[in-house]
Design a protein around this ligand. Structure first.
Ligand code: GRF
Length: 183
C-alpha cells in the first residue's frame, strides 16, 4: 500500500516510518502544514516527494482541499500522521474514513491532547507509553491498534520521559502500521 506521512515539525517518527518502508508499505509523499518543518527537509534529502502548504491566509477548507489533491495525486491510499499538530476537519476525516492513523504519546484512552508526559507524571503513574490509533472525528479517540509501555522513573521530568517514550514510538509505529495494513 501507498502511504502519505503528515508532519508539522521534527519528523522523527516519519523518519522511522521511512526507514522501515519497502516491505509492507511504500511512502509516496511527506506533507506538512509548516513549510519550515525540519522533517520536510530531511524527506527532500532522501528524494521523497514532499508537499508543503500553510493554511495561513487561505483558510482551512482551501488548505485541506489542496492537501487532499496532493495526496491523491501522489497515489496515497493511507495517511500516517507523525507529529501533525493540526486537527483534520470532519469532512477530511470522512473522505479518508478508516485510512488515517496517528501516533499519540500516551497510553490511550489516558491523556488525549497535549502535555501527556507532564500529566502522567503529575498523576503519579508508574508507566507511560504511546499508542497508534485510527483517526476519527474525536481527537485521539479512534480504535487503538497497538501500544508500548515504558516505566516512569524517579526523577523523571516531562523531557526525560518524552525521550524514553519517543524511542518506543519509533519501534512501535512501523510495526503496527505494517500489521494493520496486512490485516
Ligand atoms: C511525538 O511524540 C508524537 O507522538 C506526537 O508528537 C511527537 C512528534 O515527534 N504526536 P516527531 O515529529 O515524530 O519527532
Amino acid at each position: 500500500p501507498k502511504v502519505a506521512i503528515l508532519v508539522s515539525g521534527r519528523g522523527s517518527n516519519m523518519q522511522s516510518l521511512v526507514r522501515a518502508a519497502g516491505d509492507g508499505y511504500e511512502v509516496v509523499v511527506v506533507a506538512s502544514d509548516r513549510p519550515e518543518a525540519a522533517g520536510l527537509a530531511w524527506a527532500r534529502e532522501q528524494g521523497i516527494p514532499t508537499f508543503a502548504l500553510s493554511p495561513k491566509g487561505i483558510g482551512k477548507a482551501a488548505y485541506e482541499a489542496a492537501l487532499d489533491a496532493a495526496l491523491r495525486a501522489a497515489g496515497a491510499e493511507y495517511i500516517a500522521l507523525a507529529g501533525y499538530m493540526r486537527l483534520l476537519s470532519d469532512r477530511f476525516v470522512a473522505d479518508w474514513r478508516g485510512r488515517i492513523v496517528n501516533i499519540h504519546p500516551s497510553l490511550l484512552p489516558k491523556y488525549k491532547g497535549l502535555d501527556t508526559h507532564a500529566r502522567a507524571i503529575e498523576a503519579g503513574d508508574a508507566e507511560a507509553g504511546c499508542s497508534v490509533h485510527v483517526v476519527t472525528e474525536e481527537l485521539d479517540g479512534g480504535a487503538v491498534l497497538g501500544q508500548a509501555n515504558v516505566p516512569i522513573l524517579p526523577g523523571d521530568d516531562a523531557e526525560t520521559l518524552a525521550s524514553r517514550v519517543l524511542e518506543a514510538e519509533h519501534q512501535l509505529y512501523p510495526r503496527v502500521l505494517k500489521e494493520w495494513l496486512a490485516r
